[in-house]
Design a protein around this ligand. Structure first.
Ligand SMILES: [Zn+2]
Length: 266
């Protein structure tokens, strides 16, 4: 049903997930573009309530709310409760989606999307959108307060992220220990392009975008885990091992089943 090609297209820049900028941030200030149209919704019990907006007539509200309904339809309740803001940005913003924490403790999250970057016509469009949204969900699942301690003070051997310090048993801690060598991490730190890293370590990444950094790698791998079948042989490549990685967690296998049921109904 889902093809790896989808991921490749996403990685090709059609949808850029902005989380990558967080991991690899080097302290350079983001330049503020001209005032952009937006609608900010509060999410209450999965339902949208408009909280703020600027030039909202420039935004296709129906499309924006339809995208939200897709997200709400495929994301199981426990995870959906974590998302308390939905931010729709207008034509001046770069196309794509992202998630950011709303509170300092990583309990609640904002989903942000450029509604104009998403097509909603065909079944394939809907599957592409589902892939994108599951990738964003992957960030929330791997970066929420149960996984990451916003306090850096005791990071030591664990993975340090812009959001905080990965907890001992965190998915991303295990993922990085298993799949990311110190050389790969150094390449990310030196801001080596994802294209270069994925070529240098052929067979290690499910698509080029996944080579951006471990945060993107685990989110992208999670999306492939949800949407594709179990690999016939996990040993074929490191990339396949990354899909199999998630099968080691029964709660994620359950989550996969629930998300796939939602996607089938779209
Ligand atoms: Zn991402």
């Amino acid at each position: 049903m889902f093809k790896r090609l989808v991921a490749a297209v996403l990685g090709g820049g059609l949808f850029l997930c902005l989380q990558g900028a967080v991991w690899a941030s080097s302290g350079e200030a983001e330049t503020e573009t001209e005032e952009s149209a937006y609608i900010l919704y509060d999410v209450n019990d999965g339902r949208l309530e408009e909280a703020d907006s600027y030039l909202p007539e420039q935004i296709d509200r129906q499309r924006a709310e339809r995208i939200w309904r897709v997200f709400a339809a495929i994301v199981p309740a426990k995870q959906l409760l974590r998302v308390q803001e939905y931010y729709v940005n207008g034509p001046e913003n770069e196309g794509g989606a992202s998630v950011i924490p709303v509170d300092d403790g990583l309990h609640t999250w904002q989903l942000s999307i450029d509604e104009k970057s998403v097509d909603l016509q065909t079944r394939e469009d809907m599957e592409n959108l589902a892939f994108l949204l599951i990738h964003e969900l992957g960030h929330i699942i791997t970066l929420n307060h149960e996984q990451v301690d916003a306090d850096y003070s005791a990071c030591q051997q664990r993975i340090e992220l812009d959001e905080g310090c990965a907890r001992q048993g965190a998915y991303i801690n295990r993922f990085v220990q298993q799949f990311w060598t110190p050389e790969m991490l150094a390449a990310v730190k030196n801001q080596t392009a994802a294209a270069v890293i994925s070529e240098r370590y052929a067979g290690h990444f499910l698509d080029e975008y996944a080579a951006t950094n471990p945060v993107e790698d685990i989110a992208e791998s999670f999306s492939v885990f949800v949407e594709e079948e179990h690999p016939e042989d996990c040993r074929v490549s490191v990339a396949e091992q990354k899909i199999c990685f998630f099968y080691g967690f029964s709660e994620l296998v359950n989550l996969r089943t629930q998300i796939r049921a939602g996607v089938a109904e779209l």
